[in-house]
Ligand binder design. Structure first.
Ligand SMILES: [Mg+2]
Length: 370
C-alpha cells in the first residue's frame, strides 16, 4: 500500500447555543479545526482531526493546512502508511512543535492500519481493559446563575461527574464551586480546572477554601512551567493536583515527575502529537506513581474516537477514578462523522469498527468547510 494524497480540510463548527465555554484562557465560541484524509492506492482512507487553538498550542487552522501541504504531504506521498514510526520520524525532523497537526496525521495512520488489518485501534493498542469509559461534563467559568443553569442541565440529563472552570476571579470562583456543589448534592463528583489562572498564593487560598466542597481534583491551578511552585501547592493541599497545560511532551512529563508536582497527568493525543507519545507520557507518569486522566480540547467526532480507543485500552488512564473529558461532540453543532459516537451522560463507548471506527460525513464537510 502507498500513500497517494494527504488532504487537509479546514472547517469551522460553532458550539451549540448555550454551550459555549469560558475558561481562564478566554471564551470558546466556534472551532476552526482541520480534518485530515490520507488517501492510498488500495482505496483505503485514514482520517485525522487537528483541534487547533492558538492560545493552547500556537497552531491555527491556516498554519496546520500550510504545514501539511508544504512540509508533511511531500514526505508521506509514495510511502507505505503502515510504517507509522518511520513516517512520524520524518514528520518530526521536518517540523518542530505543532503537536495537534502531527497528531492528526498520526491518527490517520492508526486509522489506516486498523482498516488494513480489519481491527479497531483499541485492539492495536492491546485491547480494551474497560467496556465503557466514565466521563464528565464541563461547566464554564460563567457568573453563578449561568453556571448553575448549565450544571442543572447536565445533572437533569443524568451526569454523575462535573468539572467546574475557575481561575478568573477568586471570589466568583469560590461562589461558583460552592453553588454547584450545593445544587449537585454529595453524590456527584466535582473537579475544578483553573487553566493556569491563579497565582501560587491565590491557589493555596482557593484550595484551602474549596476543601469542604469535596473536590475530586484541582487541574492546572497555576501557570505552566512552574513545577516547583506546583509541588509546593501539592504538599500544602489535600486536593489531588492534576497537570494539564504543563504536559505537552515527554520531557514535560519527566519534569513534572521529578519535581513531584502533580498526582495526575491529563493526557490526550492532540496535545502530545499523537497516540504513541500519549502512551509514552502515561508510562512516565506510572513510573513516578502518577495516574493519568483523559483530557480534551473540545474535539469533534474523529479525534474523540481516537481518545475513546486510547481510554478504553490503557489501564493507567484511570477513568473510573477521574472520569474523562469525552465530551467535545456534545458541545458542537456538528461532529463531522456519519454515525455519532455514544457519549454520556455517565459513560462513553468505544466504536467497534476497524480503525477509528468512524466515517467522514461529506454532507457535513460541505456545510462546515471554510
Ligand atoms: Mg484542562
Amino acid at each position: 500500500m502507498k500513500i497517494t494524497e494527504v488532504e487537509a480540510i479546514p472547517i469551522n463548527v460553532p458550539l451549540k447555543s448555550g454551550l459555549t465555554t469560558k475558561t481562564a484562557h478566554g471564551e470558546h465560541i466556534d472551532s476552526p479545526y482541520v480534518l485530515v484524509r490520507i488517501h492510498t492506492d488500495s482505496g483505503l482512507q485514514g482520517l485525522g482531526e487537528a483541534t487547533v487553538a492558538p492560545r493552547w498550542s500556537g497552531e491555527t487552522s491556516q498554519s496546520t493546512v500550510g504545514a501539511i501541504e508544504e512540509l508533511i504531504a511531500p514526505l508521506l506521498v509514495g510511502r507505505d502508511p503502515l510504517r507509522r514510526n518511520a513516517l512520524c520520524g520524518l514528520m518530526h525532523r521536518a517540523l518542530t512543535g505543532n503537536s495537534f497537526t502531527k497528531s492528526a496525521i498520526e491518527m490517520a495512520l492508526w486509522d489506516l492500519q486498523g482498516k488494513a488489518l480489519n481491527c479497531p485501534v483499541h485492539e492495536l493498542l492491546g485491547g480494551a481493559v474497560r467496556g465503557v469509559i466514565p466521563m464528565k461534563m464541563v461547566v464554564g467559568a460563567f457568573p453563578v446563575d449561568q453556571a448553575l443553569s448549565l450544571a442543572e442541565r447536565f445533572l437533569d440529563w443524568g451526569a454523575k461527574c462535573l468539572k467546574v472552570k475557575v481561575g478568573l476571579d477568586p471570589v466568583e470562583d469560590l461562589a461558583r464551586v460552592a453553588s454547584v456543589r450545593k445544587l449537585a448534592g454529595p453524590d456527584i463528583k466535582i473537579g475544578i480546572d483553573a487553566n493556569c489562572g491563579w497565582s501560587l498564593p491565590e491557589a493555596r487560598d482557593m484550595l484551602d477554601r474549596m476543601e469542604p466542597f469535596d473536590i475530586l481534583f484541582a487541574e492546572q491551578p497555576i501557570g505552566r512551567d512552574q513545577a516547583y511552585d506546583m509541588a509546593t501547592l501539592r504538599s500544602a493541599s489535600k486536593i489531588p493536583i492534576m497537570a494539564d497545560e504543563d504536559v505537552f511532551t515527554i520531557q514535560d512529563a519527566s519534569r513534572i515527575a521529578s519535581a513531584h508536582a502533580a498526582d495526575i497527568i491529563s493526557v490526550y493525543p492532540g496535545k502530545h502529537g499523537g497516540i504513541s507519545q500519549t502512551l509514552s507520557i502515561v508510562h512516565i507518569g506510572a513510573g513516578a506513581g502518577m495516574v493519568c486522566h483523559m483530557g480534551s480540547n473540545l474535539e469533534l467526532g474523529i479525534a474523540t474516537a481516537a481518545m475513546l480507543h486510547v481510554a478504553a485500552a490503557v489501564p493507567q488512564i484511570d477513568s473510573e477514578r477521574y472520569p474523562g473529558d469525552l465530551l467535545g461532540p456534545l458541545y458542537h453543532e456538528a461532529d463531522m462523522i456519519m454515525e455519532s459516537l455514544n457519549l454520556g451522560p455517565v459513560v462513553a463507548t468505544v466504536p467497534e469498527g476497524p480503525g477509528l471506527g468512524v466515517e467522514l460525513d461529506m454532507d457535513q464537510v460541505k456545510r462546515w468547510r471554510v
